[in-house]
Design a protein around this ligand. Structure first.
Ligand code: NAP
Ligand code: MG
Length: 481
């Protein structure tokens, strides 16, 4: 089946298309998705510009109602949409249904935010004058998203953009356009006027670049790699656009001697390997103090032996495939790098060629753990984005904190400890945007801010009440009575 782009309220096909394949079984084709060309991208921006005056000044109740309808439909169809997501991206069906559920809550949360946007009034320093501070929509926003959360990341950008009165041109990842298209179709039927929301699928290097530099786009919100994000920041600065970037991570998970061993193992396995390690918040550096180090490794190896790697749609699968051949190759390359740097392989380390036994050549990689690694090794400095983690042995809490912060990234971090003193100190001194105590580094709520520090993020936070920082612009008005 073929799927078209949504431009000015019309489904617009193109002869060029991307083939969306299932990474558990690449012979299973999810669909063909039209690649927008530059002229179609320009038409989408023009449609959004034309729709902006009415949408940005229209009633907030209409916006709230539309977002609520979108959220409710996503929830009603969570099983079907979850199956589509698992099929195109490779996270397991329960993980995918969880992601879809989160997307629904994001729309329902921002439906409420439509009617909660507030300002301030202050007396002026000049007698008889009043000052009002209000928040207004920015204009047409360009949204660019990665392949690892094909519905949740689009939702956490589209919902606040629309809630605060902006119009949207949305470019999803070319690898996984299926969930994005399904979301666009739901938005299209929600009662939102033509042109307010536009979907343009296709390659980042073609239409993504044009979207970022288009004079009609006032702001760009991007999630993806550091390399592309930095380039977009420069382009936005050149064109005077507001920009928000969420990028990579190399998230540390500290395990102290006083940790509950089973709890520590469970949260490390969850953060490092679930969703095939393809989460920006995954933890790939396990920093373990020497008193618990050997017991921790033995318990990790035992727990990892029970993980079932396989088809994302099969019940009982713990870990699905890498999302693409190139991501699988990157995972295997880093496994080789860790070996050649002197890492000691504790578990995993191989591709699983035909795991299902049915001849399928899915992109399966064993969950892989290295011990005896040092902070300076590439395996501890570069994002793998696969089910690969490495252990760094440290003396004590102070060294653990220093090693945890010794990274150019700063998205999330975690500590496993029963000590209030160390937990409190870590929350204050960890150089990350999100800090977890006795919880996995991945897995966050939908109603609070999300984002990082250092090389991981740039610009205002996403999600929760804090999303208004990016998706609105402040006006200060003075009135003489
Ligand atoms: P990516 O290669 O940077 O791609 C992200 C998006 O940017 C895609 O839609 C891509 O299009 C587009 N793009 C590529 N080149 C572009 C250009 N020149 N101009 C405009 N857009 C362009 O990232 P990815 O491989 O999809 O995703 C993996 C990365 O995302 C990892 O580094 C991960 O850590 C990060 N991530 C971060 C967060 C966070 O919140 N911090 C969350 C999830 C993922 P194509 O589809 O054509 O490539
Ligand atoms: Mg990519």
């Amino acid at each position: 089946m073929s799927y078209a782009n949504l431009i000015a309220g019309q489904w617009v096909p193109n002869e060029r298309f991307s083939v969306n394949a299932n990474p558990s079984d690449p012979s299973d084709i999810v669909g063909e998705y039209a690649q927008a060309d530059v002229a179609q991208l320009d038409a989408a921006v023009a449609a959004a510009q034309a729709a902006f005056p009415a949408w940005s000044t229209g009633g907030i109740q209409a916006r709230a109602d539309a977002l609520d309808r979108i959220g409710m439909e996503i929830h009603a169809r969570r099983d079907e949409l979850g199956a589509l997501l698992a099929r195109e991206e490779g996270k397991t069906r329960p993980e995918a249904i969880g992601e879809v559920t989160r997307a629904g809550y994001l729309f329902r949360f921002f439906a409420g935010e439509c009617v909660r946007l507030s300002g301030e009034t202050l007396p002026s320093v000049r007698p008889g004058v009043g000052v009002e501070i209000t928040r207004e929509p920015i204009g047409v926003v360009g949204l660019v998203t990665p392949w690892n959360f094909p519905i949740a990341i689009p939702a956490w950008k589209i919902a606040p953009a629309l809630a605060f009165g902006n119009c949207v041109v949305f470019k999803p990842a070319d690898l996984v356009p299926g969930s994005a298209w399904a979301l666009a179709e739901i938005i299209h039927r929600s009662g939102i006027p033509a042109g307010v929301f536009n979907l343009v699928m296709g390659r980042g290097s073609v239409i993504g670049d044009r979207l970022v530099t288009h004079p009609g786009i006032a702001a760009v919100s991007f999630t993806g790699s550091v390399e592309v994000g930095r380039r977009i920041a420069v382009q936005c600065a050149e064109h005077g656009k507001k920009v928000q970037l969420e990028m990579g991570g190399k998230n540390p998970q500290v395990v102290l001697d006083d940790a509950d061993l089973q709890q520590a193992v469970e949260l490390c396995v969850q953060s490092a390997f679930f969703s095939t390690g393809q989460r920006c918040t995954a933890s790939s550096r396990l920093i373990v103090t020497e008193g618990i180090h050997d017991r921790f490794i033995a318990a990790m190896a035992a727990r990892m032996a029970s993980l079932k790697v396989g088809d994302a749609l099969t019940a009982g699968t713990d870990i699905g495939p890498a999302s693409s051949r190139s991501q699988m190759e990157q995972d295997l390359k880093y496994i080789d790098i860790a070996r050649s740097e002197g890492g000691r392989l504790v578990a995993g380390g191989q591709r699983i060629a035909c795991h299902t036994g049915s001849g399928k050549e899915g992109y399966f990689v064993e969950p892989t753990l290295f011990a005896d690694t040092l902070p300076a090794m590439r395996i501890n400095r570069e994002e793998v984005f696969g089910p690969v983690a490495s252990i760094i042995r440290v003396r004590d809490y102070d060294e653990a904190l220093a090693v945890a912060n010794d990274t150019e990234f700063g998205l999330s971090s975690g500590i496993a400890t029963t000590s209030l003193k160390y937990a409190t100190h870590f929350k204050r001194h960890s150089q990350a945007g999100m800090v977890m105590v006795n919880l996995p580094t991945a897995g966050v709520d939908y109603h609070v801010p999300f984002g990082g520090r250092k090389g991981s993020s740039y610009g205002p936070r996403e999600q929760g009440r804090y999303a208004q920082e990016f998706f609105t612009i402040v006006k200060t008005a003075y009135t003489q009575a």
